[in-house]
Design a protein around this ligand. Structure first.
Ligand SMILES: Cc1cn([C@H]2C[C@H](O)[C@@H](COP(=O)(O)OP(=O)(O)O[C@H]3O[C@@H](C)C(=O)[C@@H](O)[C@H]3O)O2)c(=O)[nH]c1=O
Length: 180
């Protein structure tokens, strides 16, 4: 596994070593010892899996008092995955990074606690799986508006507007969000 720090260096792109043979492929998707060395001493307590159609955008979500770090990957299809730094004392506060994650590149992204996270589905559908460092706490959850003009994420939209959940259409502007 290669661990590559992104422009916001606390966000890490993980490139697994893939062993292909006549049966298919094998790869390690998580090793605690390497993860701790490259990303920090976190423990994961919850695993999630979602499926979404083309043009769906989920996010940008974060928990404020019980922040979740997320190790995310795609097992079918492709998404553009985004992390926004919500840590007020960070030199990269309000900045974002994004990477394509797909069943083909098999990349994963480490989104630390204190970041808002979301993704946009660029393939016909996408299966998205992730590990979390804290439990889901709906009363503590916030949604940062996907197209907030200050954060200004450059989503690779395919012409039309993305499809959002009812919750995400009611998301907050960055200026109105509680910060970590
Ligand atoms: C996230 C989550 C949702 N749920 C339930 C609540 C709701 O009825 C249903 C769908 O929830 P949501 O609409 O919040 O699902 P979704 O929009 O996929 O939310 C997720 O988005 C991505 C971008 C993230 O980063 C995640 O942390 C999470 O916020 O699933 C749980 O039971 N546990 C969970 O951990």
């Amino acid at each position: 596994m290669m661990y590559i720090k992104l422009a916001i260096p606390d966000v890490v792109l993980l490139k697994p070593k893939v062993f292909g043979d006549e049966r298919g492929f094998f790869m390690e998707t998580f090793r605690h010892d390497d993860f701790v060395k490259h990303c920090g001493n976190y423990q994961f307590v919850q695993d999630n899996h979602s499926s979404s159609g083309k043009g769906i955008l989920r996010g940008l979500h974060y928990q404020h008092k019980q922040p979740q770090g997320k190790l995310v990957r795609v097992t079918k299809g492709e998404v553009f995955d985004v992390a926004v730094d919500m840590r007020a004392n960070s030199p990269t506060f309000g900045q974002w990074v994004g990477e394509y994650l797909s069943e083909h590149n098999k990349q994963m992204m480490w989104v630390p606690p204190g970041f808002a996270h979301g993704f946009y589905v660029t393939s016909d559908m996408a299966e998205f799986q992730y590990k979390c460092t804290d439990y889901y706490a709906p009363d503590d959850e916030y949604s940062l508006l996907w197209n907030d003009p200050v954060v200004n994420v450059d989503w690779p939209l395919a012409g039309s507007l993305p499809v959002l959940s009812a919750k995400d259409t009611q998301a907050r502007l960055f200026a109105e969000c509680p910060y970590a």
